[in-house]
Design a protein. Structure first.
Length: 188
């Protein structure tokens, strides 16, 4: 007599086989299928696992080699140096001053303009650029004394030093492929 499993699989006893033989054959087939499926789920055999790990290690090593080819350390920042630091919430750069190095690598203790002391990684600190060649001059005729009722701002003008030549500089930019980019004719 056939079991319900054999009936569901449309396995019927063959003339020479007893129904119990069919059930035994089905059990063997089912066990082999389960083992194959489990090994498929686990990630296959041990040899294939080792081969996959070796490929992964080789890929990671190659990626590390290409990354380190052009990677470089950021220069050190001195204590007391004026810097800008990135606010992690607003992503804006705010002025600050370096107090000292922190214990962890590439970290610094900085003090913001509001007086807060923060620890920041070197990646979030940029040195404040030095002043350009333009000098700030305030003509004596433009300076006025502020009164108590209406405070006024002192107007300032930026002038270039007289010792530099005032010839127009024709600048050309180039692309990555070294093709020169000229400015439009109307701006030359």
């Amino acid at each position: 007599m056939a079991t319900p499993v054999a009936v569901q699989m449309n396995l019927h006893p063959i003339r020479n086989w007893d129904s119990s033989d069919v059930v035994e054959e089905f059990k063997k087939f089912k066990q082999k299928a389960q083992l194959a499926f489990k090994s498929f789920l686990k990630g296959t055999t041990d040899d294939e696992k080792e081969e996959t790990r070796a490929k992964l290690a080789a890929t990671q090593e190659q990626s590390q080699r290409y990354y380190n080819k052009h990677a470089q350390y950021l220069p050190e920042i001195l204590g007391g140096q004026h810097v800008h630091t990135q606010d992690p919430i607003t992503k804006t750069w705010i002025p600050a001053k370096v107090v000292s190095r922190a214990e962890t690598p590439r970290s610094y203790i900085i003090e913001t303009e509001s007086g807060r002391q923060l620890r920041r990684n070197r990646a979030h600190i940029r040195p404040t650029p030095k002043l350009s060649r333009k000098t700030c001059t305030t003509p004596a005729a433009l300076v006025t004394t502020p009164t108590e009722s209406s405070p006024q701002r002192t107007p300032t003008t930026y002038q270039q030093p007289n010792n530099t030549p005032q010839t127009p500089v024709r600048s050309t930019r180039s692309t990555r492929w070294r093709k020169n980019i000229l400015p439009p004719v109307r701006y030359r």
